[in-house]
Ligand binder design. Structure first.
Ligand SMILES: [Zn+2]
Length: 94
């Protein structure tokens, strides 16, 4: 009798969402750096390192410093975040 272990795992792929300058370097509520940008993320369930089942397919805001993530659904929601941050910056006394 032989035993062949099935190696399962998770694999994720991040790619950039767009290259609009206003969408880059957003404020991170976790580490307080301006290092958040939108990404497209796909997560797969893998068997033998082969991606089989997509378990997550969506858009996220991602901080490149602390790895903070937050989902967003569409362009409208992203623009709302960007707009809120611009308002916040303008209110700050320099
Ligand atoms: Zn961060």
């Amino acid at each position: 009798m032989s035993f062949i272990p099935i190696i399962c795992g998770m694999r994720s792929f991040d790619s950039s969402y767009d290259s609009v300058p206003a969408h880059q370097n957003l404020y991170c509520p976790n580490c307080h750096n301006h290092s958040v940008s939108p990404i497209k993320r796909k997560e797969f369930f893998t068997v033998w390192f082969i991606p089989l089942l997509p378990v997550f397919w969506g858009k996220q805001l991602h901080c490149s410093i602390c790895n903070w993530r937050q989902d967003f659904k569409n362009e409208e929601q992203l623009n709302k975040v960007v707009q809120e941050q611009q308002n916040m910056r303008q209110k700050l006394p320099n």
